[in-house]
Design a protein around this ligand. Structure first.
Ligand code: MTE
Ligand code: HPA
Ligand code: MOS
Length: 777
């Protein structure tokens, strides 16, 4: 029995995978009937919590007067660090992340106490009334300042191959400089929320919005001084996670559980948007210093980069994020002599965390910026310099960390996109347009993506599933992944339907639940469908094999020849409805449910040398963006975007195209309009949609062409598909470089515009001014 399914002989063409299907909850979403955590009917006696937050970035707490808080209307209790029965920690890796600050605050917005009241509003009102006496300490707010002070949350990392210094010294041409790329708020539409319900005998149920139920179970058990078996965490779906609910749902889960355990009543903690943005970590901003040597053709001979991220006050996931940045600096390019340094700057700001791409985008954009400069210095089209430096096939194909690139399709993929987007003709049209247009300038860029798939911490690459076939022939699936809108449930349902040869309507998926599948990994690193799809396939296959054996016993023939397709079982020349076979199997006592398990093979990583095979395979893509910039105001518009993405044998092209579109627009927001701004007092001032500008419908290009590249995964992934969640977030590099191209037209492409991200209108105007100054000089 093979991966391609067994049913094709009898019902040619029948398949449940590889077909465009709506999201399993699409109808519920649009009808407003999909339950999010806050929609779950509240248990009688439920109380509501809010957090009291620090107003200083770094200070000793000399005194807290909570009397006015306790006296406020509806308040039932106020809890501080001393009220946490177990560990006051919610850090995912290193235990430097207090649930409630105790004696020391390390950022503006850090939770100090929990107020529990009869209503959500009363809790929030009371939380503002504390009188805190601080003794202020010096605060570090930027990654550059952290580097200058050698203030790091972890020891800096280094990956080197060849001799970058010597190759740089020998290189005929050199560029060096610095670049700053800002962070990004996840801006999930559903904010952080946890609802803790005490159960008998110290039990605790936590219903929460999280990408990582097992981690929530673990943190809650620790905070309460309980075992994991006391705690059940459940999540039916999130209204978006984007990495922001991988580790940072823990604070909310732990705080709600601590209050619920203390008061022996259900407690719900739902973050208001401003509090959510003030308290939780975001995408890491990065600062880079680079030195690159190249030859007359533009081939890179040496690359050195030193990057520092704004980790925030604690480690959280900053280490793995920096590791992924290091492992994506190469992007699609072969670098013979390379030295990459990365540090996680400890700053008095929110503890930054996972965000779609997880450091990959931050790693890759730096070299793209440099290639853009090399092209301008040589007077060549950047696409030609990119192609010249692409990984080879069978040569020049080993990454700086030692993994061989065996699935390289970037040459064909880019060639296809270059043709379908009419890149060269449009390039000429833009040049003519710009020659005749002094104020409006157009720009265009094609940028490629290579993204490694697997958690870069090898042991996380495992998953489990539980599949029940009920006697009526209906199927219930549970797996360790969490649904955040990305469609993992739909894909896993397709995999199970395919394996059992049943129509999708027979299959239903239940909420992720730590009491059903244990010790799960976060749904992250784009591996949700890869891991849980394989685990669910394993479970479904075991049931199918038992059913096939039973069918052969009952009707003759060989079990291996029994076929399942289109709700029908084909056995020894007979056709039986699936549900009838199931019914008969039950009566003869055949086990109709199974667990399933999967661990990704072939992974290795040596953190000390930063070498190994951290990825199962690579996903590829490329995009072309064309923009027009108003050089007087810095306003700009994306006129057209063409994306081509390698989803392998896509499990569900409709969902995958949706993921590419969403990631593209989200990444465009990161690089253009979404600016995080802290004031001199260390307070994040952009903590609401009024000041933090995510893309709107009107920012999507009128002409938006997203297609999937025809490919099959050379790795034995689920039905040879490829992950899609994060890699397309790098496609809008093309928007950023198209804007830079338009700015560069101001100086007739003679000057490299110094452009940091986000390329806000202000930043664009600054770059234009710099180009004008350099051109007239
Ligand atoms: N798509 C939607 N609609 N909502 C999300 O929160 N998160 C992204 C991506 N796509 C996200 C999303 C991130 S950060 C990851 S890692 C993947 O989905 C996780 O899901 P997957 O592994 O099942 O693709
Ligand atoms: N992505 C998301 N989360 C992670 C990763 C990763 O690569 N590694 C460890 N946690
Ligand atoms: Mo995604 S940043 O790995 O949750």
């Amino acid at each position: 029995m093979n991966d391609a399914g067994t049913a094709v002989l009898q019902t040619p063409g029948w398949t449940a995978v590889g077909v465009a299907r709506p999201h399993e909850s699409a109808a519920l979403h649009v009808l407003g009937q999909a339950h999010y955590t806050d929609d779950i009917p509240e248990v009688r006696g439920t109380l509501h919590a809010a957090l009291g937050l620090s107003s200083k970035p770094h200070a000793r707490i000399m005194a807290i007067d909570l009397v006015p808080v306790r006296a406020s209307r509806g308040v039932v209790a106020v809890l501080t660090a001393a009220d946490i029965p177990g560990a006051n920690d919610c850090g995912p890796i290193i235990h430097d992340d207090p649930i409630l600050a105790d004696a020391l605050v390390q950022y503006v917005g850090q939770p100090l106490f929990i107020v529990v009241a009869d209503t959500h509003d009363n809790a929030r009102r009371a939380a503002r009334l504390a009188q805190v006496t601080y003794e202020e300490l010096p605060a570090i707010l930027t990654p550059q300042a952290a580097r200058a002070a050698q203030s790091y949350v972890l020891p800096p990392m280094r990956l080197a191959r060849g001799d970058a210094a010597a190759a740089f010294a020998r290189a005929p041409h050199k560029v060096s400089g610095e670049l700053y790329v800002g962070g990004q708020e996840q801006f999930y539409l559903e904010g952080q929320i946890a609802y803790a319900i005490p159960k008998e005998d110290s039990g605790m149920q936590v219903l929460c919005s999280t990408q990582h139920p097992s981690e929530m179970q673990h943190v809650v058990a620790h905070a309460l001084g309980l075992h994991s078996h006391h705690v059940v965490v459940e999540c039916r779906r999130m209204g978006g996670g984007f990495g922001g609910k991988e580790s940072q749902s823990a604070l909310w889960a732990a705080a709600a559980a601590v209050a619920a355990a203390r008061l022996k009543r259900p407690v719900k903690l739902r973050a208001d948007r401003d509090d959510d943005m003030l308290v939780t970590g975001k995408r890491h901003c990065f600062h880079y210093e680079y030195e690159v040597g190249y030859d007359d053709q533009g081939r890179i001979l040496a690359a050195k980069v030193d990057m520092v991220s704004r980790a925030g006050f604690s480690a959280d996931l900053s280490g793995p994020v920096a590791t992924r940045a290091v492992c994506h600096f190469d992007n699609t390019y072969y670098l013979s002599d390379v030295e990459i340094r990365a540090a996680c700057g400890k700053t008095n700001t929110q503890s930054n965390t996972a965000f779609r791409g997880f450091g990959g985008p931050q790693g890759a954009i730096a070299l793209e910026y440099v290639i853009d400069e090399i092209a301008r210095k040589l007077g060549r089209d950047a696409l030609d310099i990119r192609k010249l430096n692409f990984y080879g096939v069978g040569e020049r194909d080993v990454t700086p960390y030692g993994q061989r690139v065996v699935d390289n399709v970037i040459h064909e993929l880019v060639a296809e996109l270059e043709a379908s987007s009419e890149y060269r003709a449009r390039r000429q049209a833009i040049a003519s347009f710009n020659a005749a247009s002094p104020v409006l300038k157009k720009g265009m860029a094609l940028t490629p993506v290579k993204f490694g798939i697997a958690f870069n911490v090898s042991h996380l690459n495992q998953a489990g599933a539980l599949v029940h076939v009920y006697v009526d022939g209906s199927v219930l699936v549970n797996h360790g992944g969490t649904e955040m809108g990305q469609g993992v449930n739909t894909k896993v349902m397709q995999v199970v339907a395919h394996e059992l040869g049943v129509e999708m309507a027979r299959v239903r998926i239940s909420a992720t639940d730590t009491s059903k599948v244990a010790n799960t990994s976060a749904t992250a690193a784009s591996t949700g469908a890869d891991l849980n799809g394989k685990a669910a396939q394993d479970a479904a296959r075991q049931i199918r094999e038992r059913l096939a054996a039973f069918a052969a016993r009952a009707h003759g023939g060989n079990a291996e020849d029994v076929r399942f397709a289109a709700d029908t079982v084909f056995v020894n020349g007979r056709e039986l409805p699936f549900n009838e076979l199931v019914q008969a199997a039950y009566l003869t006592r055949v086990q109709l449910w199974s667990d399933g398990y999967y661990a990704t093979p072939g992974l290795s990583w040596d953190a000390s040398t930063m070498t190994g095979n951290p990825f199962q395979y690579f996903a590829y893509g490329a995009a072309v963006s064309e923009v027009v910039v108003d050089t007087l105001t810095g306003e700009w518009k994306l006129l057209r975007a063409d994306c081509l993405y390698d989803a392998g044998n896509s499990l569900n092209p409709a969902i995958d195209i949706g993921q590419v579109e969403g990631a593209f627009i989200q990444g465009m927001g990161w690089l253009t309009t979404e600016e995080l701004w802290w004031n001199a007092g260390g307070k994040l001032m952009t903590h609401a949609p009024s000041t933090y500008k995510i893309p709107a419908v009107s920012d999507c290009p009128q002409d938006f062409r997203v297609r999937l590249f025809k490919n099959t995964n050379v790795a034995d992934s689920i039905h040879r598909s490829k992950a899609v969640g994060e890699p397309p977030l790098l496609l809008p590099f093309s928007v950023f470089f198209a804007i830079r191209d338009a700015i560069s037209a101001v100086g007739d492409h003679q000057v490299n515009p110094p452009l940091n991200a986000p390329a806000t209108s202000e930043e664009i105007l600054k770059a234009i001014t710099a180009v004008q100054a350099a051109s007239t000089a």
